[in-house]
Design a protein around this ligand. Structure first.
Ligand code: 2BA
Length: 110
């Protein structure tokens, strides 16, 4: 058995989980926060048989868009003696999805 851990954008979470549910995959949805942007995202835990992993990845891929986000970062290169660190606006591309596939040693429902 495998555990697919998919970090996706909140905007895509409804579509991805509906599609997974339509195909009878079990899933858990966690509210999470990205370490870089400190913005909310969604982490899906999906336990599947090994031969179902590709189908899950395809559903995630089809339903997660890449989006531009702006963030302000205080960078050493922007340091001036008069005003210290000047926050600079930078653009980052987020997504489609960040996915980990890990082995499950044991799976039980009690
Ligand atoms: P965040 O950590 O908030 O990152 C959002 C986006 O910011 C990233 O998109 C990437 O484009 C950019 N970014 C992240 N760290 C950066 C840095 N040090 N310098 C410049 N730009 C940076 P994605 O790569 O699509 O990641 C989306 C979300 O997936 C992340 O949100 C985080 O929640 C998760 N994630 C990404 N890589 C991960 C990893 N190795 N382990 C755990 N979670 C990860």
């Amino acid at each position: 058995m495998k555990l697919v851990i998919a970090v996706i954008q909140d905007e895509d979470a409804g579509k991805v989980s509906n599609r997974l549910r339509d195909e009878d995959f079990g899933l858990t949805k966690l509210a999470s926060t990205g370490g870089f942007l400190s913005a909310g995202n969604t982490t899906l835990l999906i336990g599947v048989e090994e031969n179902q992993v590709d189908q899950v990845l395809e559903i995630v891929k089809e339903n997660c868009k890449t989006r531009k986000r702006m963030t302000t970062a205080s960078m050493p290169s922007a340091y001036t003696a008069a005003s210290g660190y000047i926050p600079r606006t930078i653009e980052v591309l987020v997504g489609g999805a960040t996915v980990f596939v890990v082995d499950v040693d044991r799976f039980e429902k009690m």
